[in-house]
Ligand binder design. Sequence first.
Ligand code: PM9
Length: 460
Amino acid sequence: MDEIKTIIEPFRIKMVEPLSFTTREERARKLEEARYNVFKLKAEDILIDLLTDSGTSAMSNAQWAGIMMGDESYSGARSFYHFEETVKNLTGFKHIIPTHQGRAAERILFSIVGGAGKFIPNNTHFDTTRANIEFTRAEAHDLVIEEGKHPEVVHPFKGNMDLEKLQDFIEKVGADNIPLGMITVTNNSGGGQPVSMQNIRETAAIFHRHGIPFFLDACRFAENAYFIKTREKGYENKSIPEIVHEMFSYADGCTMSAKKDAMVNIGGFIAMNDDSLAEACRNLLILTEGFPTYGGLAGRDLEAMAIGLKEILDENYLKYRIASIAYLADKLRSGGVAIVEPPGGHAVFVDARKFLPHIPLNQYPAWAFTNALYELAGIRSVEIGSVMFGKKDGSGKEVPAPMDLVRLTIPRRVYTQSHFDYMAECILNLYKHRDEVKGVRITWQPPFLRHFTAEFEPVK
Ligand code: PM9
C-alpha cells in the first residue's frame, strides 16, 4: 500500500451556518458606506472572514454539550472546578484565575507588577499586552531575534528571544526594575512564529538567574508545541501534552486568551505559582471581573474552555491546522505572492509592499489590499501595517511602520479546503490585476487605535 498523503479536516460537520453572497457592485457600495474601512463592514456582508482567529472558532459537539451542562452558581460552581483541574493538569501551575479574555488577565497582572520605572521584556508584545503595560507607565520591550524581523528570512523558530539582547537589557535597566519577563507563543505580532523549547528553557534560565519571574503569553501554546514536535530535534517522538507540560514547566505563570487555542468564543485566564501574587490578582479580579470562581464568565463558558483545552492537544487536529495554513501559503507563494516565511501557526501574512509596489507608503498599500480583496471576493483580511502602527515624528510627519503586511487569519475548524482554494484563487486573481488597485487617503481619524474607526477614500 502507498502511504496516504492527503491530510483531511479531522471533523465532520453536523451543523452549518450559511454564507451570504453579494455581488461585486454591492460590495463596492458597502465598502464606500463603510468609508473604506473593513472593520466597519457588517459581518453579514462578508463571505469569508479572515479578520481574526480570536473567538471565531467552531466549537465541537462536546463543547456545546458542555455549554448545556454549565453550572451557573455564583460561587464554587462545578464548571469552575472542571476548568481549574484542566488548566492545572495542562500547565502544572498552582493558582488558576479565570478572566473574561486575554487583555483582562493582562490588565490585572500589570496593574499589580507594572508602574513607572518598570520594564517588561518579551519576544514581541501583542498590542493589548503592550497597551496594558504602558497604561501603568511601565515600559514594554521587544527582543525577538533579528531573523524574526525580516519577512523573507526562513528560520524554524522566528519567534525566539534574542538571548544576548535579553542579557544586555537586564544589565542595562537592572533586574530590580523588571518585575517579570515574558515570551509570547506563538509570536503573533511577528507572524505567528514559534519559539523553540531550547529558547524557552534558556530564556527562563536567564530570568531566573536574575531572580525575575518568567511568564508565557500562552494564547497559541498548542500550535507552538506542534512546531516544536515537527521542527526541534529530540521532540519528534514526544506527545503534544508532554511538550506542552515541558513548555509550561520553565515558567512561573502565564496569561491566556482562551479565544485562541481553547477554541471558545470568549474566555481567558491568569495562572501562577506565587501565592501572594495570586492573592493580589484575585483581589483585583473581584473588584472588576467577578468572583474568583467565575472571573467575568458564565459557568457554561468555563465548561467550554475546559473541553476546548483538552481537544486542542489532539495531534491530528494540530497536523491539519498547521497544514491548512501551509496549504494556503504554498498556493500564494507559487503564484508569486511574497509572504512572511515560513508561514506561522494561525495566519498567512502577505507582504503588501511587494504585492502593490506602485502604491506609495503614505497611501497605505496593505490597507488598499484589504479593500481590494473585499471588493473582489467578499474576503475580509486585516492590515498589520502603517495605519495600525504608523507613528508621527517630532515635526508631526507620519513615519510608516517597519512593514506593511496583510494578515489572512484562519479561524479554527471553520473553513474547508474549498474555502482555502477560493481564498488562494481570489488573491492570485487580485495579484494579476494589482496595477488597478489604488492607494487610500485618510479623511478622518481618532486620536488612538485609529485602524478600528478611521475613514478613508481611494486616491484618484
Ligand atoms: N489577539 C488577534 O486578532 C485579537 C484582538 S485584536 C483584533 O490576534 C496575544 C498574543 C494575542 C491577543 C489577541 C491577546 C489579547 C493577547 N496576546 O483579545 O483580549 O494574540 O482575548 O487577547 C487578537 P484578547
